[in-house]
Design a protein around this ligand. Structure first.
Ligand code: ZN
Ligand code: ZN
Length: 264
């Protein structure tokens, strides 16, 4: 059991209803079965610090890509007492459009990225439409500007970001996807982001359709399982069951507390 204890909020800010098993899973049982996605940013608080994991997309991107934008993730953070202007550390799990917007909302933060992810989203793979489709070039340009402003910290594999909190390179879904391990009162929680979009991906060994490297995706699941204290300690990146199962912060049904046990 971890001795350091952080609290973790999952803040849901968008929804995508028009998805099925056929569009989400490489091995669907029923192609037409509805399988909607939710979109989150995560906040980790404790031991005198606040860390934001992923920054989400804005209303214009939601309209362009036909997602239902429930609220600004930046406003959602503010609502829970997190002032983006005071946040010192922002971790980007990866650079996909739905995770890596709002750079200017964090004027005093350092952005933490894996070297491999930056190389991927600025490299020759982006010459190919199917590979660049999940990226927004404006986010990538923002990342480059922040590199030149010395506001990006690059990691190459596993690193301790704060006491007890570690980042781990897994790749698989994107070239340099990283996950975060956090000690909480209920044990070690892994914020897996798109290492597993749904619990169904990791639990049924059924990969999401958007892939960089299938072997590394599967090895990433093994890494999640090694680092977490149990199946419910692995938090998927887009699963509507997250808000259904974990206790909400009173007054905000779209923000749930991952440091507390889920409902059965
Ligand atoms: Zn992604
Ligand atoms: Zn995603």
């Amino acid at each position: 059991m971890a001795t350091l204890r952080y609290e973790i909020l999952a803040l849901r800010y968008a929804h995508f209803a028009d998805r099925t098993q056929g569009t989400n899973l490489i091995f669907p049982d029923d192609h037409a079965a509805p399988m909607p996605l939710d979109f989150f940013v995560w906040a980790i608080r404790g031991e005198g610090r606040t860390i934001v994991l992923d920054t989400g997309f804005d209303a214009a991107s939601a309209a362009r890509r036909n997602r239902i934008w429930l609220r600004s993730p930046i406003d959602a953070l503010r609502r829970h007492g997190i002032d983006p202007e005071e946040v010192r550390d922002v971790v980007l799990s990866h650079m996909h459009w739905d995770h890596a917007g709002h750079w200017d909302s964090f004027p005093n933060a350092r952005f933490h990225l894996q070297k491999a992810e930056m190389a991927y989203c600025t490299g020759s793979c982006m010459c190919h439409e199917p590979l660049r489709r999940p990226f927004d070039v404006e986010h990538v340009v923002q990342a480059v500007r922040h590199v030149f402003a010395e506001r990006v910290t690059f990691h190459d594999g596993t690193v301790e970001l704060a006491p007890g909190i570690t980042l781990h390179l897994v790749g698989g879904h994107s070239g340099g996807l990283q996950i975060m391990r956090v000690p909480t009162a209920r044990g070690w929680v892994v914020l897996a982001s798109d290492a597993t979009h749904f619990w169904a991906n990791i639990r049924r060994r059924n990969p999401f359709t958007l892939l960089h490297n299938l072997e590394r995706m599967i090895e990433g699941w093994v890494t999640c399982e090694r680092l977490a204290d149990g199946p419910d300690h692995i938090i998927p990146g887009h699963d509507p069951l997250v808000t259904a199962r974990f206790p909400a912060v009173p007054g905000d049904a779209d923000t749930v507390q991952l440091h507390l046990p889920p409902a059965a």
